[in-house]
Design a protein around this ligand. Sequence first.
Ligand SMILES: Cc1cc2nc3c(=O)[nH]c(=O)nc-3n(C[C@H](O)[C@H](O)[C@H](O)COP(=O)(O)OP(=O)(O)OC[C@H]3O[C@@H](n4cnc5c(N)ncnc54)[C@H](O)[C@@H]3O)c2cc1C
Length: 457
Amino acid sequence: MSVADVDVVVIGAGIAGLAAALELQDHFGEVIVVDASDRPGGVMRTDYLSGYVFERGPNTFQVKAPMLSFLESRGIDNVLQRATPESRSRYLLRDGKLVRVPTSPFGIVTTRLISGGAKWRLFAEPLKTRQDATGESVSEFSARRFGEEVAEHLVGPFLTGVYAGDETQLGVEAVFPQLVAAERDHGSVTRGLLADAVKRRGPRTKAGSYSARAANTSSDGLGPFARMLAERLVHPPALETDVESIHNDGPCWCVSMRGRAGSVRIRAPRVVVATPSCAAANILRGVSSELASGLEAIAYTPVVSVAIGVDREKVRTPIDGFGFLVPRSEKLGLLGCLYMSRLFPGRAPEGFELLQCLLGGARWPEAIEHPDDVLLEQIRADLDATLGLDDTPKVLGICRWPRAVPQPDREHVRRVAGLRQACQPFPGIALAGSYLDGVGLADSLASGLTAARSLLP
Ligand SMILES: Cc1cc2nc3c(=O)[nH]c(=O)nc-3n(C[C@H](O)[C@H](O)[C@H](O)COP(=O)(O)OP(=O)(O)OC[C@H]3O[C@@H](n4cnc5c(N)ncnc54)[C@H](O)[C@@H]3O)c2cc1C
């Protein structure tokens, strides 16, 4: 079997791998990206059907500082497409009714999402004594600081939206590091956040939710965005190429893979492993069993993402805003529903709306095993109960993600530190991906940049 020599191999062409490769390409000649899939972008996939533009994986993202400077430094920040101002309103289900989420202290005073007593406990947060949040779950931390009702009805649904997770298991140090730091440094979350706001501390970001409109294509969405990034690579990604293992070969790493042309080996002094953690564990088992078992310990939740089109006239509740999330106590199958055609223009034909329904998660992991008709019946029933649906929706796509979102648990921060330590004896190998420092698209991109920079001379 022939062995090619290159400067860097990046395994995985999701957002983390693409960002790592583009960063490394500025410093090294031969940067090769390999991916098991038939297209770049990982979970970023956009589809087009009957005048609808819909996402199969992530729908929107927050623009954080590393992402913003990465795009600006390459002159491609113009691809960012901000969600419409009208989509700012978000809703939570409370006792079967959609209630607008408050965004100001006055809104909190008047909201019916929580009781009067819960509002007092929330505003009394600065009076609570400081405690150590090490090892606490998000629900323990938020109940302790803000009260049980806020934890259940405001914080819990938010975590459903981002992690499809269980707030009693997610670790607060990983999920809300800024709140933990505020309590630690100021004795109160409210005081800490206010102090940061006054000092205007914190990295430069762009407010709001975003998608992308790739400048070199006429297509909206995250699939074209990924393609646009991949097209900036000097060497196009080697697709349908499954990396099997890495082993040490003198001063280099030898990456064994199986692709369209059979088995191939590529030798490089630097390797970025930008796959989900379970794949990284298999790839790196021959390098370090300790590293592999640390990677295997990271749990993921399954998600089913269903895109449907509805006739606007046949929905009894006006579809305005971002969408809604469903707290656990409401006992629906739906985790939430995004009004994608309200966020970004041109996502649905005139007179119709594009809704992205999410099911599964830690709340209903078995959803992924159910046949399409069972899931669609659940969606119909839940949308009828929440929005009032007088029609059969047009089903655009049903996408099952068995390992959709990593679940940072109470030990996550220490587990990730352990992974980085376990990598240290193997210079030239760097990890990237959403299981490290944040599960969002922007966090994954940042993890790719961090991995790339750790390999620079
Ligand atoms: C359904 C869903 C909805 C989401 N919604 C949002 C959202 O709205 N907003 C948000 O910010 N984030 C969202 N996320 C999370 C976000 O999409 C991810 O954090 C991010 O895209 C992960 O990027 P990545 O590059 O780390 O991994 P991935 O995108 O998973 O890419 C990893 C790549 O590695 C490749 N690979 C795996 N094994 C091998 C192997 N052995 N050899 C070669 N290649 C391999 C895969 O083919 C894949 O292309 C969502 C995720 C899912 C699944």
